[in-house]
Design a protein around this ligand. Structure first.
Ligand code: SF4
Length: 399
């Protein structure tokens, strides 16, 4: 597409719902698939989906792209490259756009990584979760720590100079010391970014179905809090700045795509279960893979791929802004809030925040209200208390 500088910026998300196998804790829209024909049709469907937005997005410059899943690198590399080429021909992608692909250890080799790099991917996210072999087995991950090390080295050889490593805490049998060991090991390799998520047992997962069996092995609540707070400290002491509840980076290496979600900026999502916020509308794509393929590739199909389409009202936009900004270490700039919405934050929510300020879960510094590390650990509780929210499910945080 012809390149012109537009003022309006856009992020793109692509969901690849395929994995080598299903992990015991995973509630993402993903499943194993060895059928190349289905994978190829799914990519065709995403390409058709994209082309339907070509006109609507023509006055936007794309400055972030994120191909996530699932495991995007579990599909044949030529399919991934086909998708990338279509992205570039349908949208005005900025030369310097941040372009992330999610991967898992042992699903990449030197040649696929070199190809991704050659086609403009400049950020690789690797799902390690833990460096402890027994914990990896409990999670039913298909890779070992050695596989991760090899993938990391190959990514560096392929000239990836912006790598994220995904980790988790609160894993059954995990101890405080094994978590610290994992963090030290990962930091010793020097990735630019580390994400650390609290394992939640969600319905629809094997962990959920076998909860009584795994419950005795889960870290108790006090250990969980200590794991989080000590991890934040260890990461920060080693130069990984916390900029969001679960995200840490070297200076200047924050994930621009995820920041887009937390800053309430516009993005379009393609593929099953993908969410969008575009021209003041919020919507998502149906979760069923075969129905999605049918809706996108059969011109006579009666299936509607978009669901939950709603215009975002001002009050809701304000609540969303508060909820998302409070996830960031930077927090809410009180003057900026007033400029954006025309209301004083203190007048609307000051009373509600008072008890969290007193308890040390919130703080105000240089006109910005933010959560302290202990506040971040209970952020859902604090945010829902302030906003009197009940329905958290409809919001997409990105991950
Ligand atoms: S690799 Fe990731 S997306 Fe795939 S099943 Fe495991 S946790 Fe889920």
């Amino acid at each position: 597409m012809a390149k012109t500088e537009y003022e309006k910026k856009l992020g793109l998300y692509f969901h690849i719902p395929f994995c080598l196998s299903k992990c015991a804790y995973c509630d993402f829209n993903s499943a194993p698939c060895a059928d190349h024909e289905i994978i190829s049709k799914y990519i065709d469907a995403m390409i058709a989906h994209m082309s339907s937005y070509k006109k609507a997005a023509e006055e936007y410059d794309v400055d972030t792209i994120f191909i996530g899943g699932g495991t995007p690198t579990s599909i044949p590399i030529n399919e991934l490259v086909r998708l990338i080429k279509a992205i570039k021909s349908n949208f005005n992608v900025e030369k310097e756009a941040e372009f992330t692909v999610e991967s898992n250890p042992a699903t990449v080799d030197k040649s696929s990584l070199v190809k991704l790099r050659k086609h403009g991917v400049n950020r690789l996210s690797i799902g390690l979760q833990t460096a402890d072999e027994n914990e990896l087995k409990i999670l039913s991950r298909t890779h070992s720590r050695k596989d991760f090390y090899k993938s990391f080295r190959l990514a560096r050889e392929a000239k990836f100079d912006n790598i994220n490593v995904d980790l988790m805490f609160g894993i059954p049998i995990q101890t405080h010391s094994s978590l610290m060991h994992t963090l030290r090991y990962v930091m010793s390799l020097g990735p630019e970014h580390i994400s650390l998520y609290d394992l939640k047992i969600e319905p629809g997962t094997r962990f959920y179905d076998n909860y009584e069996e795994i419950r005795p092995y889960l870290p108790d609540e006090d250990t969980d809090v200590k794991m989080y707070l000590d991890s934040v400290k260890l990461l920060q002491d080693n130069g990984y700045l916390q900029y969001e509840i679960s995200n840490f980076s070297r200076p200047g290496k924050m994930c621009a795509h995820n920041l887009r979600y937390w800053n309430c900026d516009e993005y379009l999502g393609f593929g099953v279960s993908a969410h969008s916020y575009f021209e003041n509308n919020r919507f998502s794509i149906i979760p069923d893979r075969d129905m999605y393929i049918e809706a996108m590739l059969n011109p006579l199909s009666k299936i509607r791929a978009i669901e939950n389409l709603e215009e975002v009202e001002e009050r809701e936009r304000m609540g969303e802004y508060i909820m998302l900004r409070l996830r960031l270490s930077d927090g809410i700039d009180l003057k900026e809030f007033e400029r954006r919405f025309g209301y004083s934050f203190e007048e609307l929510y000051g009373q509600k925040c008072m008890r969290f300020l007193r308890s040390g879960h919130m703080r105000i510094k240089a006109g910005k209200l933010s959560l302290s590390p202990s506040g971040m650990f209970i952020s859902n509780y604090i945010i829902s208390d302030i906003l009197e929210f009940e329905d958290f499910g409809k919001y997409y945080f990105g991950s």
